[in-house]
Design a protein around this ligand. Sequence first.
Ligand code: UTP
Length: 287
Amino acid sequence: MFPVAGLGTRFLPATKAVPKELLPVVDRPLIQYAVQEAVEAGVDTLVFVIGPEKRAILKHFERDPGLEELLASAGKDELLARVRDILPDGVSAHATVQEQALGLGHAVLCAREFVPADEHFAVLLPDDMVLNHGPGALAQLVAVHEATGGGVIGMERIDPSLTGSYGIAEVAEDDSGYSRIASLVEKPPPEEAPSNLGVVGRYVLDGRLFDTLETIGKGAGGEIQLTDGIAQFMGEHPVYAQALEGKRYDCGSRMGMLQANIDYALEVDDLRDRLLAHLNSALARQR
Ligand code: UTP
């Protein structure tokens, strides 16, 4: 499940006509990285929770016969493959609309009809990117889910002064040897934060969570918060914290987006050397 119905105000005016999730890191939009990560973790059914003005996100994953024909007749085979393989064979995509951006918990609830109550499902927020040379972020969560049978949330140790921007967890190891979440609080000020373990936008959740989400009201920022729903639900059903391996980028912020663009470009063979040369000369100019 990809909740992509937010307003993306931090990127205005770029997000006035283009959804935040279609902003690129190097040459692919954020949402494509998230879909690729999900597919690599074994997901074969995608659900996009889009806002009323965000149909372009779906278009990105639809085939475009006209464009494909043009590229084929021009002999641009590599580009053709890049365009055609955006959604791998055997993966289906669905969409539902969140009419108003009432919060992430509400967005997840909008996709309820796609998730059987007795199954677990994954939630990925595309603006959190995790660059790892080993298993992707969601695959790391799936491994913990398979070992414990419980829900799992991706976490990162954050600077303690920044707890007011994150969901924060307190954890304790249980019999399974994994870190079970004992308490979860949305955006606490540093003096009230139970730890500096911050929620990253990757979740494996129990389908029964929807019943809880139906009942919680507005929380921090006047929004229906996913964290509040999970906090209530996990009293009876275990939810584990998985500190993610890899480097995380908050691409919902300008600085995170810039850092991701540099670091992902440094992973691309035909960009790496030229980008390093440019960065070196930029550094020299600043000195
Ligand atoms: P953010 O907190 O980053 O909010 O949402 P935003 O609206 O996207 O961006 P800003 O803060 O205004 O710049 C985190 C994720 O939750 C989704 C967003 O699309 C994003 O993927 N979301 C948030 C929804 O789908 N619906 C909501 O009501 C709120």
